[in-house]
Design a protein around this ligand. Sequence first.
Ligand code: GLU
Length: 429
Amino acid sequence: MSSDSTSADDDQSAAGPESAVETARRQLRRAAGHLDIDPNVVERLMHPKRVQEVTVPIERDDGTVEVFTGYRAQHDSVRGPYKGGLRYQPEVTRDECVGLAMWMTWKCAVMDLPFGGAKGGIAVDPKALSESERERLTRRFAEEIRHVIGPTRDIPAPDMGTDPQTMAWLMDAYSMQEGETVPGVVTGKPPVVGGSEGREAAPGRSVAIVTREAVDYYDRELADVTVAVQGYGSVGANAARLLHDWGATVVSVSDVTGAIYDPDGLDPNSIPSHDEEPGAVGRQDVPETLTNDELLELDVDVLVPAAIGNVLTGANAHAVAADVIVEGANGPVTTAADEIFAERGIPVIPDILANAGGVTVSYFEWLQDINRRAWSLERVHDELETEMLAAWRDVCEAYEARDVTWRDAAYIVALSRVAEAHEARGLWP
Ligand code: GLU
């Protein structure tokens, strides 16, 4: 699609849902329109610096060989080494990695972390592989992307379908080839090999912190708000638990099979997350069950889409009844839905701020690895709180100074920092 303007149902066209890179490019163009930046810099930021596409052959447990395709998209590194997750998912494509890498550039910049943006992954269903097949896949992938990653070059982390164990294998494979242990090549590792305390729960924690601040911004008390959370993986479950602990009433949560609903409030602490016990959400004894689509349309104060991208679209945005949306997943709101929410006056607190706790604690992990010194969980929580509040204040300032959406405000903060760094460094040669 060549135009910036979309009609409400553009993202549900025959071509399928809007791709991450299309959404990311539209958002960049919009944000650039609010700023006086060199159009050449904006043009450069529309494209990734490099996308490494690799073939990843593995021997299956039955002795046959299967070949998968992997990617590492590196968007921009003007502020520091590339940083971003690796996802193992059948839907992974080059374009998706590029769009998600662009979001990582803004996410790191809005948090003022000294990193650029990257994303990668393998088009594979990790659940269809045994653990040893996943290990072989990860080690071979590490070998194929070894020359583009490194602790001062590009630092992968977990994302959908990958976990701390995946990062431990990647770190081991890289270290074996380097001839020395290099913990800082990935973040999100198990603490026993240089991972940070609090890393796994960090994206959910930042979603909860940002929700708390947004509720306060709109002069409400957490104790008076109802919350619905779509997705009960690490992000959704940790956000739901913290918000519950801080006094909010979490009325609905869901996993891929559907949602559970209790108008009097659920206790997320007693519901195992998808990672802890797959399918546990559906086994709860609750007054009502709903579909995932119905959850999105619940009349709640705060809606947290924390499952996958593109769930709020031109087709359902009119039916959303929440007062505030906080993006837990990356890219859950399409451009068409964003426009509808803006028209309807429903604030959307964007992913690049709300779930940025993950990459922020990744930064803490990287610092700990460099210094060979582990921080306590308490220190991680304190420093994350400080970083999130600083970013929240920066975004609030941009939001109040200009008549823009929260997403535009976060982009304005991020893009100004990236563009200033580009202008200061100049174009080589
Ligand atoms: N995959 C996470 C994200 O989307 C974390 C990236 C990181 O820690 O580098 O923010």
